[in-house]
Structures are given as C-alpha cells and as structure tokens.
Design a binder for this molecule. Sequence first.
Ligand code: GLY
Length: 404
Amino acid sequence: MKRILFMAGLAVLLSSYKQPEGMKSVVERGLSRSVEQAEYLAKSMESDNDSLPRSYTERTGLIKSNSHCWCSGFFPGVLWYLYEAKGSPKLKRYAEIYTQRVADQQYTTDNHDVGFILMCSFGNGYRLTKTPSYVPILLNGAQSLSTRFKPVVGLIRSWDTKTDKWRYPVIIDNMMNLELLQWAAQHSDSTKFAKIASSHAKLTMKNHFRKDFSSYHVIGYDPETGQVEKRNTHQGYAHESAWARGQAWGLYGYTMMFRETGDSSYLHHAKGIARFIMSHPNMPKDKVPYWDFNAPDIPHAKRDASAAAIMASAFIELSSLTKETPDFSKQCLNMAEMQLRSLTSAQYLAKKGTNGGFILMHSVGNLPKGTEVDVPLTYADYYYVEALVRYKKMVLSTLKGKKN
Ligand code: GLY
C-alpha cells in the first residue's frame, strides 16, 4: 500500500513539473502576437497619412507623432522586420506605406535623430528589398546628419535646444545614429561619413564612460575647444546614476560599430558594458531592468521594457561576434534569452487587440519629467521584434536538426 501511495505521489509530482518552453516556441509566439498587433495598428492609422504611432494610454488613447519625432521610424521598422520573418505581402505593403511617411526627414538638420528615423525605416526596407529609390534618401539623411559634426569638437551635436544648460550637448543615444553613417560610407565614394562615425565613437568612449563602463547620459562640450564642460543626466535618476536605456544604447552602439568596422577597441568596450549590465546587483531576476540601475525606490521602481528589448537585441549580436570566447558568448546569449522569455510573458506582452495595438507593455520614456511612464513605446516594440528576428536568424537557424 505504502509503495502504491509513494508511486502515486511521485506521478503527481512529475506531472506538476513543467518543462520550460523552448526558445523556438517563445520566438514564434512573440512574432505571431507582434504580427497581430502591428497589423491592427497599421490598419487603424492607414488613412492618417502624416502620422506614426508613438505610445498609448487608456486615458489618451493612441498617441501619434509626425515624421519629425525621433520615434517616427520605429513602426515602419517593426513592419519590415515582421515582413522579413513572415514574408506576407500585406506586411510589406504596410511597411512601404509607413516608410514613405518619414521620407521628408532626409533633410532634417536640427537634431541627430535622423539616423534612428531613416535606418529603421528606409535602411531596413533597402536591406530587404534593394529598392533603388531608397538609396538617395538614406544618403541625403547621412549628409544632413553630418552637418551636425563640428571638427573642433569631433562629435555630432545631439540637440539644438536646452542651450541654457549645455552649449554643445552630446547624448549616449547618439551612438545609434552612427549606423546611418556607416551605411552611407559603404554606399557612396565619400570617406567623410566613416571618419565622422569613428571620431564620434572614439570620443564618446573617452568622455561618456566611467571606469566601470557605465555611462553618463549627456556630456556638455565647449563648442569652441571641444573640452568637456559638464557630465549630466537628462532622463536618468541622477548625474552619477546609470540610466537603463542609456546603458542599452551604449551596448548596442559599440556592438554595431564593431560589426561595421572590425575595430577591436569597440568590441572591448561593448564587452565592458555587457559585463556592467550582466553583473549589476540591481538587475532583477527576470532581467528586465529598472528604469535606472540606481533608482532610489528599487525594488519598487518602474521597469523599462524598452531597455530590456534593446539590450536583448544587442546581446544576441554580441554573442554572435564573440564566438572565440565561448563562455562570454554563451553568457550574452543566456541573458538575451532570459530577457526575451520575460518580454514574451503575460507580464510584458500585450494581449491581442489591447495596448492600443502596441506589442509590449511597461516601458519608461522620461520619468524625471513624468512623461511616458509605464506605457507602451514604439521603440520597445522595434527592438523586441528585431531581437526575435535576430534570434531566429542567428541562433535557431544554426540549431536545425538539434533539439531546441
Ligand atoms: N533617444 C531618446 C530616448 O532614449 O529616450
């Protein structure tokens, strides 16, 4: 009798033990939900010719932007990545429509965000379709961006506003815009684009980072001499804190610069940032960071899904670029997998038809200003979908035949 009871108990125990979901299933589930949400959002804004989606709250409904907003290129980018993953003509048509809406940004010279805007939209579109008319738009964009580079400073100026605080502000986010310059360097005869990108990346490495590889958000330079005047934050908790999305931009930016140039100093730097993030004592168990690693109300501080999504995408790429150090490469991949699992859970992934059509919930835009706190954000969706597609291409496709 005892033996029967023991066996029955064991059977109950074993049946309650659930195998963790395989990454293939996580990725496919994430992509399917992303398609449902993105198609819904694309359809709902189809006739609204000058608008792009930015965020959503129950109180305000859908929050839209015009093409000049730094966020305008992300939704077209989501559509391109989903088209890449699924091959559906409907997604391609939407991607083309929304990409065209940001074309006028090729001539923008009053801020640095043209790199974000055009690479996510036209850059992805060109990568996938080789549409010839996208080339001059991207090259014009790179030319516009390069007008913000002042040789005596050696960096691209980020903002023209806030001149009362900073005379020549450069923010860590600006590393992301260098990808457009690298693209232009490879698609034109001009040598200036690569030179500007390299100068910006090297000086950012020197001036934006602390010894532990965490970064400041804003460095204020003297526009006449290039001397550092201020080391500040704008969207983080404090000047000396580590704003989570800023750390993500740095990780992604230096990984991308290593991919584009093969310069090992960028790889060394990306690895340092990766170690800072992975070993941080305030990184939560589910690897979705608090909005600032030094937020005073941790563990009650808001999480930032956008930072997790950017990091996951960068960690996947960094893992693929560091195969010669297998332990480190594996660590990066594990981190990305944990982040993707969390983001694809009910905690962060929106239910079909909710969240205004955005894919992820719980991001933080600018907490000190009290704007976009604990909301969906179009850039969280972009980097999440990019990470899913990267994982599929860089990891799952190499596992064919192996059990996942
Ligand atoms: N680039 C602006 C931000 O990360 O909020």
